[in-house]
Write a protein that binds this ligand. Sequence first.
Ligand code: ME8
Length: 650
Amino acid sequence: MAGEKTFYITTPIYYPSNKLHVGNSYTTVAADAMARFKRLTGYRVWFLTGTDEHGQKIQRQAEAVGKQPIVFVDEIVAWIRELWEELDISYDDFIRTTEDRHMKKVAAIFSRFYEQGDIYKDKYEGWYCTPCEAYWTERQLAGEKCPDCGRDVELIAEEAYFFKMSRYADRLLDHIEKNPEFIQPPSRKNEMVNNFLKPGLEDLCVSRTSFDWGIPVPFDPDHIIYVWLDALSNYITALGYGEQQSNFDLFWPADVQLIGKDILRFHTIYWPIFLMALDLPLPKTVFGHGWLMLQDGKMSKSKGNVVDPRVLAARYSSDALRYFLLREIPFGQDGIFSLENFITRINTDLANDLGNLVSRTLTMTDRYFEGALPTPTVTGPGDDELRHLALETPNSVEKAMSELKTSDALASLWLLVRRSNKYIDENLPWTLAKDPSGLPRLGTVIYNLIESIRFIAVLLKPFMPQTPESIFKQLGLENNNALQSWESLSQWGAISPATRVARGDDLFPRLNLQAEIREMQDGKTAGEEPEAEQTADEEQQGLISIDQFQQVDLRVAEIVEAEGIPKSDKLLKLTVLLGVAGKRQVVAGIAEHYEPESLIGKKVIFVANLKPVKLRGVQSQGMLLAAIAQDGSLALTTVERDMPPGSRIS
Ligand code: ME8
């Protein structure tokens, strides 16, 4: 549509060399919050992520576990997609550099560079860091190691194509100087200009011949196109660059390219130069964020549970993890990830501040007004201040988000959460409720609190997609798009009195810090002891130790009740008997395969120590095991002869 506001945001495309850790997830969660915020505020958004699958590093890792590179990456890419689903990442496209749509265009880009004289053939002799896929000159090395990652480098000498970077260096310097928003935050700009551009750019080696996992140079197929030229191009190939009437026309140049500070050089020097050579405009902003660090510095998979984002999201909820990531890293700096920081944030910000506000307010509406939102009639202390702050908060959130300061955006939203809690303490609703003459004021207090919670829920949507849904449901607004919209925040008092509200379960139950640390760190400590440590090969093959297997408490369970769940075709609510451990309620996705009545009396295999979750608002305290065939048919697993409920399976 003409005049439509568009917004194109990208994340780095990750190497599928191993499962991602919570640090990698940070970039994608931040990009997702940004994309959701822009959608909320009326933009047509395109949000791209994906995987960077070629190169020597991937080829070597695949060889190390005896797999074809494509088989190796397919498995990890599937894991990454599941991770994004579990973290509610709302990407519009996921590009894999092994896809035809990408490879063909990269080959054409390379040919164009060659034809227009940007590329020439020569011999490369110098250093290469395979983990970073980066070339280094002798002078750039840090004591014989890679200056970026500190690991060993290899000396390579091979025939190669080179890109004439110097042709474009002055134009790039000029662009950087004239467009202060191009490299963000500004401190990163000086680093690039002073360390790389001003000393003079060397021509860049853009092909390799000593391995074959990549895109061949179309006119010289012994050469494989340098993996960074291949990877960086994803931001335009995914949009359909070179095709007629594609998203490229609509969305390029990108508004924000979000990356970690480790890959700034590739994105603010190589990438803009390639774009200039293609005669294309440069992205408006390349934003290099800080790192999420562990207390002892490095973040790696061998640290066990604490860095596995899927373990964290499954145990503490995706919303809690997203909140932590978006709140904890201050603008442009590094942040520390520790279980202690994480649990403390959940307990203070989510359980005490937000959770308490919602549960106290809804409990009072239930108790004093039988769940019907009262009409505000009598003004009193704190009303004006609460209203002004609520009306101001969308502006402060928007301002912080326009600078990608997700932490500041959440901090300003929490001012409203805390102000609302203070409003309760100022007005003492339980005292007002004691005397009938206090009821009109009590009604106003409750109305204002509910309206403030509505503002908070709308503003939370980009950051924590699930929690607002639960709040809107409690406020009786689950189907009311108008009152969930950004526009509705321009007016205080939009929610109509007499709306039926209903208190739900606590949004974020308080956690016991010591118990969590014990449970989660135990996994980590065990993983760090030499005898229990998995080798990289074992981990790649998905092997687990007997200790890991025994962490799952499997039991025989007898199904004693079964019924459908309203508005769900897939789910059944079951009650199972676990012998002396009593009964459990569980939600199972088997409604398309079993009639509820047919399940009564069946003895099935049950995972008894899963953390409870809510599915469609129904508490589920475990999981039934089932076999699922490729055609989608499903059969519950059971025991070969009758066994008492509660029997342990080992
Ligand atoms: O570099 N804290 O992929 P990659 C925060 N394929 N962010 C972190 C982090 C941490 N501790 N560790 C990693 C590549 N990241 C290339 C990119 S793009 C054309 C090609 C994030 O799998 C951060 O955004 O090594 C970093 O830039 C990215 O993960 C690196 O991912």
